[in-house]
Design a protein around this ligand. Structure first.
Ligand code: UPG
Ligand code: MN
Length: 738
């Protein structure tokens, strides 16, 4: 073993350019202070009367923006990049690798098609990892017979797919994604592989046809039903919200008839679980599903490592398990690491990322920054946990990893018993009067169960690691319409705000438990929602006052103009550079800016309102599942990056109203400037308001198109157009008389 024994399993590098960035940040901070001072001193100055309240509001908004900007610096101060050494891992631990339990969650066969789900399942079954140590659990909150049927089909297809993908080391190992990738990257040249490819593609197509047919019919074929006892569960099945636990071990190494692939190698364990649902028991969404799986899996395979993926997030890299183990098993630092989070990358993102779904600056910059201060947030999919820390264990200095596990004692004959015993662990009343959802497992009651759980783990003394490899580890599906994007962000921002107000607030609870930098980092996300106030103010008031001819910013010739100009130019240039650094395009940056504005003025506003309602007990949190299917015409528009509005929603009404308000203000100012003689001078005294209003008009261009120019189904519905025109005109008129 010698010197190798002491070489670490991973290394950590700091990002470059720290000094340049920090100097820039400090200079920007100075400029922000000047702006604050300018507002403050001018408000004290009693001479001016016009728009005094508006000035106070501007001061409030700028205080907020400045404060929030300071928080975001924590995520940019020290970036950290990780590199695992997989070879060293195999050299030292190949024979002693821990068991890994993989949880795939699905909840609705209509918006999460069974074909997609089983592709994800197959991709994780095919990890380059000893199969006898791998167990895959599918949690089906939809309790769907079709999904079960699809998984049964997948368990048979796996017998061909796993040997094929391992023999030829194919990537990615989701069959659908692999077949798609060879269309663009070219067919394999090896004649043997080509022959086997044809055979396996045929098997896949046949399976796909059977599953698609069943999906369309909404019914499993009779022959299939008779062949597997598992379907009998659906005889007593009442509805998605009212049924017994359905638990089937489809593949298990101790099953004498059904455990090996066509080459005679053992397959990973594969289990289907639809936990019991009863109307009188609240099911706690994904957190409830995960906790059921935690218990069920502890009884069946009890892997020390747990990977969680959403049903759309297939594995794109067969090495990821090993990558993550390099962090968790490192002899020196591994014991304090609770989880390894990979970024969420979206396969269906278009080139210029119309809806900003890639969240580039979060995955390429901010999470590296959080890692520098103790570790990234847990964001659900694509995260490897230690079972112990996920189940609530505290970290102490005495804690050491122990990867030795006793071999499970189950004998073949006991497989059925094993199923029966595990079933009780997924029943509704199991959690009554226990600490599940509070101290053990994922936390309940928050729409972002993942973030709050990760935070509480970190507050128990654990660290986490962010690993962002160049070959992406997981690929999923992002929403493809504007309303869906806004709804998803409402759930996230609402959940994050609730964390701030909860027992686990990073601001209070986290104090002394996690580093100050990480506390600030968490607050960046927890304070997403409150951003709506300042942003709404900034996108309404200056334009209205512009129309009235009342300046709210210093004029161009004043020295106070300089800090404003510096902050605007500095921040814009920086964000553009950061975006390019993350491999974004210019158009993508512009699109992201638009979504930034839309989220802040609609999703975040509703998130704030709902959080307040919830505080007073007027509303319950829900989990609106993001649909993973797009209608054909909408999907064509998505490919062409044409914004999809489509449905009528209050969020769209707000966006359209704001866009129109700014359009009207800008037009009327433009008209005045042309008609009046002194009109152009107004531009000089109010240049920043003119610019702001002009910017808001420019960025809203797709919205005006959707309102007035488009005829397709994705345009803004007429009802929204009428409401927003009426609303914006009323605001404008009432303000003129105010
Ligand atoms: O009652 C439920 C609701 C959802 N899900 C599953 O949860 C996952 C995430 O749902 P999705 O609608 O895709 O939400 P996203 O906003 O895309 O998910 C992100 O944000 C969620 C928290 O809001 C995290 O749970 C996810 O892991 C994270 O990827 C999916 O696999 C669902 O099937 C359930 O199992 N049960
Ligand atoms: Mn999703």
């Amino acid at each position: 073993m010698g010197s190798l024994e002491y070489s670490p399993l991973f290394e950590t590098k700091r990002g470059r350019g720290r000094i340049i960035y920090r100097s820039f940040a400090i200079s920007l901070f100075v400029a922000i202070c000047f702006i604050w001072f300018y507002r403050f001193s001018h408000i004290l100055d009693t001479k001016f009367e016009d728009g005094k309240w508006a000035w106070l509001g501007m001061f409030g908004a700028e205080l907020w923006f400045g404060f929030y900007w300071i928080l975001t610096q924590a995520l940019r101060w020290t970036l950290v990049f990780r590199q695992p050494f997989v070879n060293r891992l195999s050299q030292r631990y190949e024979k002693r690798l821990p068991g890994v339990d993989i949880f795939v969650c699905t909840a609705d066969p209509d918006i999460e098609p069974p074909m997609m789900v089983i592709n994800t399942v197959l991709s994780v079954m095919a990890y380059d990892y000893p199969t006898e140590k791998l167990s895959v659990y599918l949690s089906d909150d939809g309790g769907s017979e079709i999904t079960f049927y699809a998984l049964l089909e997948a368990s048979n297809f796996a017998k061909h797919w796993l040997p094929f993908s391992k023999r030829f080391k194919v990537e990615p190992r989701s069959p659908a994604a692999y077949f798609k990738s060879i269309l663009s990257s070219g067919y394999p040249t090896d004649p043997l592989q080509l022959k086997e490819l044809a055979a396996i593609k045929k098997l896949y197509d046949e399976m796909e046809k059977r599953i698609e047919d069943a999906t369309k019919l909404g019914e499993v074929p009779k022959e299939a039903r008779l062949k597997h006892k598992g379907f009998s569960y659906w005889d007593s099945y009442f509805s998605r919200r009212d049924h017994d636990t359905i638990l089937q071990i489809l593949l298990h190494k101790k099953d004498p008839h059904n455990s090996k692939d066509i080459d005679g190698c053992v397959l990973p364990t594969l289990v289907y679980v639809a936990r019991e649902k009863r109307p009188q028991y609240f099911h706690n969404f994904k957190a409830g599903a995960m906790n059921s799986l935690l218990r069920v899996s502890s009884h069946i395979s009890n892997g020390k490592i747990i990977l969680n993926v959403d049903c759309d997030m297939y594995s794109n890299n067969s090495q990821s398990v090993r990558d993550s183990l390099c962090f968790l098993m490192d002899e020196e630092k591994g014991h304090e690491i609770a989880f390894v989070q990979f970024p969420q990358i979206f396969e269906n993102a278009t080139k210029n990322d119309l809806y900003g779904c890639c969240l580039l600056s979060i995955s390429e910059v901010e999470f590296h920054g959080a890692d520098g201060f103790g570790g990234p947030l847990y964001i659900g999919s694509g995260c490897f946990h230690k079972r112990e820390s996920l189940c609530g264990m505290k970290f102490t200095d005495q804690y050491r990893n122990d990867w030795n596990s006793e071999d499970d004692q189950f004998k073949e004959a006991f497989l059925h018993e094993l199923e029966e015993q595990s079933k009780t662990l997924a029943s509704c009343n199991y959690e009554e009067n226990t600490s599940w959802g509070k101290e053990i497992g994922l936390k309940y009651g928050c729409p972002v169960e993942d973030v709050i759980t990760g935070l509480s783990i970190q507050c128990k003394g654990w660290k986490s690691v962010y690993y962002n490899p160049s070959r992406k580890a997981f690929l999923g599906l992002a929403p493809t319409t504007l309303p869906q994007t806004l709804v998803q962000h409402k759930r996230w921002s609402e959940g994050d705000l609730q964390i701030l107000l909860s027992k686990y607030s990073p601001a209070w609870y986290g104090f002394g438990k996690i580093s100050l930098g990480l506390q600030m980092g968490y607050c960046v996300y927890c304070l997403w929602a409150p951003n709506c106030l300042a942003t709404l103010y900034y996108s309404i008031i200056p334009s209205l006052y512009l129309r009235k001819g009342i300046p709210l910013f210093p004029k161009m010739s004043s020295p106070w103009f300089i800090p404003f100009a510096y902050v605007i130019v500095g921040e814009t240039t920086y964000s553009l550079l950061e975006f390019f650094f993350c491999w974004g395009t210019f158009q993508g940056w512009w699109n992201e800016l638009r979504i930034w504005l839309y989220k802040r003025t609609s999703s975040y506003l509703f998130a704030c309102i709902d959080t307040i309602l919830k505080l007073f007990g007027f509303s319950d949190s829900t989990f609106i599942i993001t649909t993973k299917v797009t209608a054909e015409d909408a999907s064509k528009r998505y490919e062409k990056e044409i914004m999809e509005f489509g449905v009528s929603s209050p969020m769209l009404t707000i966006l359209a109203t704001l866009a129109l308000l700014n359009l009207f203000c800008s037009l009327s100012v433009l008209k005045d400037a042309v008609i009046w003689k002194g009109g152009l001078e107004a531009f000089e005294t109010m240049v920043l308001q003119v610019l702001l209003s002009g910017f808001l008009v420019l960025i809203n261009f797709p919205l005006y198109q959707g309102l007035f120019l488009r005829k397709d189904n994705g345009r803004l519905p007429i009802s929204v157009s009428i409401k927003s025109i009426v609303l914006s005109l009323s605001v404008l008129i009432s303000f003129s008389f105010a």
